[in-house]
Design a protein around this ligand. Structure first.
Ligand SMILES: [Zn+2]
Length: 79
């Protein structure tokens, strides 16, 4: 069976599309993994939106910029 030019182009286009989708999924997965890792200690100030890391186990942390009290672990999931 011989490939016509149209079939060949379709094959290349489909292949590159699949490659792009694959790369996107892989990079998103890796990014989400590293993000969730760092999110464990990530606090985003509710007042000035300053993001900082806090590795202590207290529930309320104070923003280093504006000293506002922030509740940990509620920056992303509301409710
Ligand atoms: Zn702040």
């Amino acid at each position: 069976m011989e490939l016509s030019i149209a079939e060949f182009v379709l094959l290349v286009l489909g292949g590159s599309c699949a490659l792009v989708v694959l790369c996107t999924v892989v990079s998103r997965t890796l990014h989400a993994r590293s993000e969730s890792k760092s999110l464990a200690h990530r606090v985003i100030c509710r007042l000035c939106l300053h993001a900082f890391e806090d590795s202590t186990h207290v529930k309320i942390v104070h923003c280093p910029q504006c000293q506002a009290a922030n509740e940990k672990g509620r920056s992303r999931r509301l409710g």
